[in-house]
Design a binder for this molecule. Structure first.
Ligand code: 4NP
Length: 161
């Protein structure tokens, strides 16, 4: 369970933040090298682009740099290349499961899998404003912490094994 793919619609707002925040949590534990982590979009509209400037800015304010990420579209090979495919909202999940076929059991909602169950979805902030990006960031931050607790139950910050 060490190959993780994060998915949203465009791969420029939510899934780049999931990727960046999960990387940061794993790096804190000294466990990042054990993982293969990527993100992808269900759509290809933004392929090759940097993350949305609003997503880069909100991460940057918290010391997380996601500017090296480039958007790409999900491919059918991703369902073999990754153990877990975690997505932002229920529409993402139904589309993912449709494309995944017999690998549908690898797909889940990011917040559900991470134990942030009351929330369920990370709403799409793309057409919103600062408040929508703040909400998405806060949910993804909680999700990243929950996910890493689940994957690395013995992990403690500052514990570099
Ligand atoms: P994301 O946000 O799925 O969080 O990356 C979106 C980005 C772009 C579009 C939709 C959502 N779009 O329609 O171009």
């Amino acid at each position: 369970m060490n190959r993780l793919l994060f998915v949203c619609l465009g791969n420029i707002c939510r899934s780049p933040l999931m990727e960046g925040l999960v990387r940061a949590e794993l790096r804190k534990l000294g466990r990042l090298e054990r993982y293969t982590i990527d993100s992808a979009g269900l759509g290809a509209w933004h392929a090759g682009e940097m993350p949305d400037p609003r997503a880069m800015a909100i991460a940057r304010q918290r010391g997380i740099d996601i500017s090296m990420q480039r958007a790409r579209a999900l491919t059918s090979r991703d369902f073999q290349a990754f153990d877990l495919v975690l997505c932002a909202d229920r529409r993402n999940l139904s589309e993912l499961r449709r494309r995944a076929g017999s690998d549908a059991d690898r797909c889940a909602l990011f917040l559900d899998w991470s134990g942030v169950k009351a929330e369920g979805e990370v709403p799409d902030p793309y057409t919103g404003g600062a408040a929508e990006f703040e909400l998405a960031y806060a949910l993804i931050e909680r999700g990243a912490q929950g996910l890493v607790r689940r994957l690395e139950p013995a992990g403690q910050a500052g514990d570099f094994r």
